[in-house]
Design a protein around this ligand. Structure first.
Ligand SMILES: NC(=O)c1ccc[n+]([C@@H]2O[C@H](COP(=O)([O-])OP(=O)(O)OC[C@H]3O[C@@H](n4cnc5c(N)ncnc54)[C@H](O)[C@@H]3O)[C@@H](O)[C@H]2O)c1
Length: 306
């Protein structure tokens, strides 16, 4: 029988993108969420449950071979949720997931982290170039969401050391659903397509199945061609930096009534995920511009990189 994967928070954006991919790849899928998904993907098993309740988590993990832990309050919730909510779901809920994994002998967990763990490390010098964000930068979150994810990464690393639960933390860029133009410009500022997020989770499950290496965290953002020569221009004149790589980009953006939102302060290095997970994003700013060239107006119809 196909191995079953549990996706916590499975009614959310990640769960909805990941479920059909895992089903196509031959996995069984169980979703646990406080909410019932609007359109439950065919073939997935759905369990209603609150991760803040350890018994509900215990029931949800029963019989699965791996867990993709995605339920969390995240950056967009900071304004309307008190810190306590982040402690209750992101920290305590994560603890419940790992304790249930220990109890049930589950040996693989993919933890959903965020680029928010870098916090202060993301800040460029006042007049300096854009910062290259790589996994070895210190994690210095300045708000509770980033802190809750640093603690989650630590729980993942601890449970690998202490209980042999192999783990990966994926530090995602932004993939909250947005109108197409916003989605495209966001690719310049740490955005990532949810299909690429789902593909990164699948690649992580495969790495864990191969029993390669030990706990590791990976940046999961869209690919951009910017290098050190672009660093200062990205901050001072982002249109010039973009034109250097895509001469027709300024006119394509103008025709779509779009422009960069301001200085581009950071460039995400995704080489580690490429090297160790064999993952490469297929929906990037490059493909967004190609969609504009072809008059395509939705992410669903966008061409994918090879
Ligand atoms: N979406 C992004 O831009 C983004 C960026 C970086 C990291 N992440 C991380 O990726 C993960 C998935 O993000 P997403 O966009 O799919 O989130 P989402 O908000 O779309 O989905 C989260 C799901 O968790 C469920 N949930 C909330 N409280 C729960 C509880 N007590 N018990 C069980 N389920 C509960 C919600 O009902 C929701 O369906 C999160 O851990 C998030 O922190 C997301």
């Amino acid at each position: 029988m196909a191995e079953r994967v549990l996706i916590t928070g499975g009614a959310g954006t990640l769960g909805q993108a990941l479920t059909p991919l895992l089903l196509r790849e031959g996995y069984g899928v169980r979703l646990v969420d406080v909410e019932h998904p609007n359109q439950p993907p065919g073939g997935a098993e759905i369990v209603q449950g609150d991760l803040r309740d350890p018994e509900a988590v215990d029931r949800a993990v029963h019989g699965v071979g791996a867990i993709v832990h995605a339920a969390a309050w995240h950056g967009v919730h900071l304004r309307e949720h008190p810190a306590e909510d982040f402690w209750d779901l992101n920290v305590l809920g994560t603890r419940h997931v790992y304790e249930a994994a220990v109890e049930h002998g589950i040996k693989r967990v993919v933890f959903s982290s965020t680029m928010g763990v870098y916090g202060e490390s993301r800040r460029p010098e006042a007049d300096g170039p854009a910062v290259r964000i790589h996994e070895d930068l210190p994690r210095c979150p300045g708000e509770i969401y980033g802190l809750s994810k640093v603690l989650g990464e630590e729980l993942a690393a601890y449970h690998e050391r202490a209980h042999g639960i192999r783990g990966v933390a994926l530090r995602y860029g932004m993939f909250v659903p947005e109108p197409f133009g916003h989605y495209g410009i966001r690719m310049l500022y740490g955005g990532v397509d949810e299909r690429d997020v789902a593909a990164a989770v699948l690649a992580s499950l495969r790495r864990l199945e191969r029993e390669e290496g030990s706990f590791a965290a990976y940046n999961i953002e869209s690919a951009l061609p910017f290098d050190e020569d672009d660093g200062q221009a990205l901050r001072d004149d982002p249109v010039a930096a973009i034109r250097r790589h895509w001469p027709d980009a300024p006119s394509l953006l103008e025709a779509a009534d779009l422009k960069p939102w301001g200085p581009i302060n950071e460039v995400f290095d995704i080489a580690k995920a490429g090297d160790e997970l064999d993952w490469r994003p297929r929906y990037n700013f490059d493909q967004f511009l190609e969609a504009l060239r072809r008059g395509i107006g939705t992410a669903d119809e966008m061409p994918a990189a090879d």
